[in-house]
Design a protein around this ligand. Sequence first.
Ligand SMILES: *[C@@H]1O[C@H](CO)[C@@H](O)[C@H](O)[C@H]1NC(C)=O
Ligand SMILES: *[C@@H]1O[C@H](CO)[C@@H](O)[C@H](O)[C@H]1NC(C)=O
Ligand SMILES: *[C@@H]1O[C@H](CO)[C@@H](O)[C@H](O)[C@H]1NC(C)=O
Length: 347
Amino acid sequence: MLLALLLLPWAWGAQAASAPVPTASVTLRLLHINVFHNARSMDMWGMALLGDLETHSMNCSTCEIRFLQPWAQQGLTPKQWQDLELLIHRSLFSFSRTVNTIAQQQGKGYPIVIQGSLGCELHPNGTSRGFYDIGVNGEDFISFDAVAGKWVARQGDKLALYARDLLNQDKAAAMTLQFLLRTSVNQLESFVQHGKESLERQERPVAVVFARVPPPAGTPAPVLLVCRVTGFYPRPVHVAWLQDGEEVAPGGWLNSSGILPNADLTYQLRSSLAVGPGAGHSYACRVQHSSLGGRSLLIPWEQSRPWGPGLVVGITLGVVAVAAVAVVLWRSRRKGYQDVRPGESSP
Ligand SMILES: *[C@@H]1O[C@H](CO)[C@@H](O)[C@H](O)[C@H]1NC(C)=O
Ligand SMILES: *[C@@H]1O[C@H](CO)[C@@H](O)[C@H](O)[C@H]1NC(C)=O
Ligand SMILES: *[C@@H]1O[C@H](CO)[C@@H](O)[C@H](O)[C@H]1NC(C)=O
């Protein structure tokens, strides 16, 4: 596949100083989306991701690469970046031609949306894996087996089989792609080194516990306790419910939203626990995260306080803030009076 050319600069990255193997798996991923409106009109844009960090983006109305991290331009010289833009622009033309040929020969109607994900992942044990997966119109289509150096169909329909056979005919291109996916791990290591600070960013979670539907007084209905944890980075987090100090085992009473992204590249999660009425147990939500330095957050559910601890803390902070502002105002007024010299009138 001609898009294999996109990977060439990754091989240049082989010059980069060898970096230590990261302590967790890390992935370098190039995503591209090609929308074929018809045989004559196609849009393409793409982005590069290091782990969950967007590092580069590109819109092929110009094919200019944009750097989304302060360190994203390091690793290649300006000339190499320029060559890459040119290369993508040129290979795009042949890529379109290939797709249009396949579409016409197989009677595939437009629009056609192609999504590609290629790159490599590096594991803490020092092994790495290259990948290139292609989807068409939202479904898995074909993948490159980087070990065997062959394309494999991801579905049984004749279009995927046809594309697979066509691509596998070009053995030289497959070997180039295999080589480039293997060497791209050098570029990954180089990025990991340049982006170390961003990758190792630590944001502490903020957690609150509240009852989803506070039951009216006296009704023996189960209560849904919710623990909302947000603002943490990196992604891995462990949230558990404690009943009388014991971790609640997974089961029907527990439910979790899973880890969801926030707009500011932090994450959030909600974990809920259905609690039987009037059982007289104590409950707490426990949050463990790398930013907490080995300690954990423990947020008790306090049934006796209808507002919950979060609100109490909030109100206390609010009162303190108002008091602080009052003191500052009072002081500045006093100072203002003192500044008035005898004989002058205050404004
Ligand atoms: C790419 O650029 C074109 C022209 O400036 C614009 O119309 C289009 O919305 C852009 N696409 C994306 C995904 O940013
Ligand atoms: C290295 O780690 C990866 C991911 O944890 C695993 O899939 C792979 O089998 C490991 N390889 C070896 C040789 O231990
Ligand atoms: C778990 O929560 C989701 C929404 O967060 C909800 O759609 C689902 O029904 C819940 N499952 C159970 C078993 O309560």
